[in-house]
Each structure stands twice: as structure tokens, then as C-alpha cells.
Design a protein around this ligand. Structure first.
Ligand SMILES: CC(C)(COP(=O)(O)OP(=O)(O)OC[C@H]1O[C@@H](n2cnc3c(N)ncnc32)[C@H](O)[C@@H]1OP(=O)(O)O)[C@@H](O)C(=O)NCCC(=O)NCCS
Length: 356
């Protein structure tokens, strides 16, 4: 295996944990190859699954198995990096493989513990009685069902992870790919941009990401940025009485989000929009950290948002502001009118044709 594509142990564990289904393959005692897909849960360094206590999968018990999961991050066409040749086309991916063996979990308490991890993690909403043997209703609600289920434990004996996010490509080629992804803006491309930037050994700076004062436009909203964005917006005049959780939720629900980060990785600007992707977009939560204001960040941030693939061809782009009209007017926003203390503004991108 190419060393440059091998995953570090940390990357491997994070990648494996993303997968809630794994394909297990082995050979049954009669020599026939068999593949089964299971819903899995990763718990205490092992993998658990469940099913009916019958069927072909049981023929795999105690036999050497391999489990595999593959994730396509982005398909990269050749024209991103070469105007003529078709051959640089590639797929960025992350692939994990584990080897090991199944055994059956027999003890009711252990089965309940594993199943509650397996089922609980897939049901974030709604309420149900915990699968806890100490719960007074456990015996009535669960004991029989759990007893009748097969719960498998997969002990891992070997781990292999392989990924291609362009980490071994030159900075110039990787930046050309980032330009291509931003221009294309297909489903998953924004997330791919984040993964490529994070994986590359050099600090990449595609043209669209270069902001004032050494800042960079970031476009994928990971957990750290969600929290930082919520903190920036705390106390904004248009968001009275919003706590950090609500502010974070609003960012995550956006159709498009952009931020500006300092070279040290501090988020100093945030902006977002909700949109139907064709006719209407509403831009909001534009905020630059106070010490960074007046240096062009607000303009760069808004420009970056307007150029976002999910926004750039939306016909009517609206916003409401109390006093920042001079920020938005040079970016193409016209004043529609005032409502109380707020001014409504609208932009219609020149490049987008009106519907007939
Ligand atoms: C509004 C805000 C995002 C602007 O960010 P910024 O980094 O200071 O803006 P920039 O330095 O890019 O300024 C760009 C232009 O907009 C103008 N501008 C920015 N904020 C303005 C405001 N509140 N009122 C009037 N003009 C403003 C600037 O004068 C500048 O004009 P210039 O290019 O002619 O010099 C920032 O001040 C902020 O976060 N304010 C608090 C939150 C807020 O009001 N958000 C907007 C809600 S609609």
C-alpha cells in the first residue's frame, strides 16, 4: 500500500466510527464466499451488531472475516487540473478495512448494553425506556426480546485505512482542485473542500479563499466552527435572547455558510443564507469580530457568501439591516424600503437570467 495514502491511527478510528453500516465478508464452512451488511456500533474498541439468531451469517461465526466501508469524498474530473488530457481524472475517497472474528454475546446484561448503544444512537428524538436491566420495566419490555436476538461481537485483529484527499499532490495541483470544486459546487463538494484543506500538509490558499489581513474564507461548517460562529453572534441586536445552542442550530440549518479565519485558525467572521436554491435567498447573521472590523472583512465575507455555489445563481437575494446599507450597496443590493427601524435590500445577480 502506498504510504502516502495510509491513514494515521487517529484518522482510521475517526473514519471507522463514521460508518453505521459495515459489509462483512468471509467464507463459510463449505467454502462459499459470503457477504453480509450489518448496522454496527463501535463500543469499547470492538464492533457490535445484531440480528435474528438464524441464517447464513451464523456460518461465519469463529471464521476469519474482513469488514469494509468506503466513502467517496469527491469525483475529480481531469479538466480541474489539465485542459486537454483525460487521464488525471480521479476519485478522492476514504476506505477502511478491519479483519477479525465474530463471536456471540450471550449474557443478557451485556446484550442490553450493546443494544442500547446500537438503538439509542440511531434515535436522537422521541422517548423510550432505557434498555437498562436495573430499570423496573426492563423485564416486561425487553428481557424476552433481547433474549431472542442474536448479538454479535467482532474482535478486531488488524486495521487498514487508505485515503486519497490529494494530500500527496503538489500545493498548485491541490489548489486547482479546490478551485474546481468551488466552481462546480455539486453535492458534497463543500464538505470535500474542508477535508482536502485539512488533510494537505501545506496551507492551501485557492484564490476564492484569500481574505484581507491574512484571513481565509472557510466554507465547511464543522463542530468547532459552529460553536465559534454561535459565540460571535451571541448578543447580536437581531438575535435577542438566543442562547448558544439555538445560534449553533441556526447555523447548521443554513443552506450556505461562510466564515473568515485568521492564520491561527480563529474564526473572526461568519455569515449564512437560507435559500430554495433557485428563486429566493435570505442572507443573515453577518458578523465580524469587533477588533477586526473596518478592515474589509465584512465585505470579503459577504462577497464570499454571494459567490457560494448554493447562492450564486439564486435570482432574488434579500437581507434586512438596521445600519449596514453601505456595506451591501456596493455589492449590488438595492434598497426596497424600510420597515420600522430596518431596511430591506435585494440583489439580483446580473449573471442570472430571469425566468420566462
Ligand atoms: C457590519 C459588519 C459585518 C461590517 O464588517 P466590517 O469588516 O467592519 O466591514 P468592512 O470593513 O468590510 O466595510 C465595508 C464597507 O461597509 C461599510 N460599513 C460597514 N459596516 C457599516 C455600518 N454598520 N454602517 C455603515 N457602513 C458600514 C464600511 O464603511 C466600508 O465602506 P468602504 O468600503 O467605503 O470603506 C461589522 O461591522 C459587524 O459585524 N457589525 C455588527 C453586526 C452587524 O451589524 N452585522 C450586519 C447585520 S445586517
Amino acid at each position: 500500500m502506498s504510504e502516502r495514502k495510509r491513514m494515521s491511527p487517529e484518522r482510521f478510528e475517526a473514519e471507522l466510527a463514521r460508518h453505521r453500516q459495515l459489509s462483512f465478508a468471509g467464507v463459510d464452512p463449505r467454502g462459499r464466499p459470503l457477504v453480509r451488511v450489518f448496522d454496527v456500533v463501535h463500543h469499547q474498541g470492538r464492533i457490535y451488531m445484531h440480528g435474528a439468531p438464524r441464517g447464513e451469517k451464523l456460518a461465519l461465526l469463529g471464521r476469519p472475516l474482513v469488514a469494509h466501508a468506503h466513502r467517496v469524498v469527491a469525483e475529480i474530473p481531469s479538466h480541474f487540473t489539465d485542459p486537454r488530457r483525460a487521464c488525471p481524472a480521479t476519485t478522492f475517497y476514504a476506505s477502511v478495512q478491519v479483519e477479525g472474528q465474530f463471536s456471540t454475546v450471550d449474557a443478557l446484561e451485556r446484550k442490553a448494553e450493546v443494544l442500547s448503544q446500537l438503538v439509542g444512537g440511531r434515535q436522537a428524538t422521541g422517548s423510550f425506556v432505557a434498555m437498562d436491566p436495573a430499570h423496573p420495566e426492563f423485564a416486561r419490555l425487553y428481557a424476552k426480546v433481547i433474549d431472542a436476538l442474536w448479538v454479535g461481537e467482532f474482535e478486531i485483529s488488524a486495521r487498514h485505512g487508505r485515503f486519497n484527499f490529494g494530500q500527496h499532490k503538489s500545493a498548485a495541483v491541490a489548489e486547482a482542485i479546490l478551485e474546481g470544486l468551488w466552481t462546480r459546487g455539486a453535492a458534497g463538494d463543500i464538505e470535500a473542500i474542508g477535508e482536502i484543506l485539512e488533510a494537505h500538509p501545506q496551507r492551501l490558499a485557492p484564490s476564492w479563499s484569500r481574505g484581507p489581513e491574512g484571513t481565509r474564507l472557510c466554507v465547511n461548517l464543522d463542530r468547532r466552527r459552529t460553536e465559534a460562529s454561535a459565540r460571535l453572534l451571541e448578543g447580536a441586536y437581531w438575535r435577542p435572547n438566543y442562547d448558544l445552542e439555538m445560534l449553533a442550530g441556526v447555523q447548521v440549518a443554513a443552506s450556505a455558510w461562510v466564515g473568515l479565519e485568521t492564520p491561527e485558525g480563529e474564526l473572526v467572521g461568519t455569515a449564512r443564507a437560507v435559500s430554495d436554491g433557485v428563486d429566493y435567498a435570505y442572507i443573515g447573521d453577518v458578523m465580524v469580530a469587533e477588533p477586526w472590523r473596518g478592515r474589509g472583512l465584512g465585505k470579503a465575507l459577504t462577497r464570499g457568501l454571494l459567490d457560494h455555489p448554493r447562492l450564486r445563481s439564486v435570482r432574488h437575494q434579500f437581507l434586512v439591516t438596521r445600519d449596514a446599507m453601505e456595506l451591501y450597496a456596493p455589492l449590488g443590493f438595492d434598497t426596497l424600503g424600510r420597515l420600522g427601524t430596518r431596511t430591506w435590500m435585494r440583489r439580483r445577480p446580473a449573471s442570472v437570467e430571469s425566468p420566462r
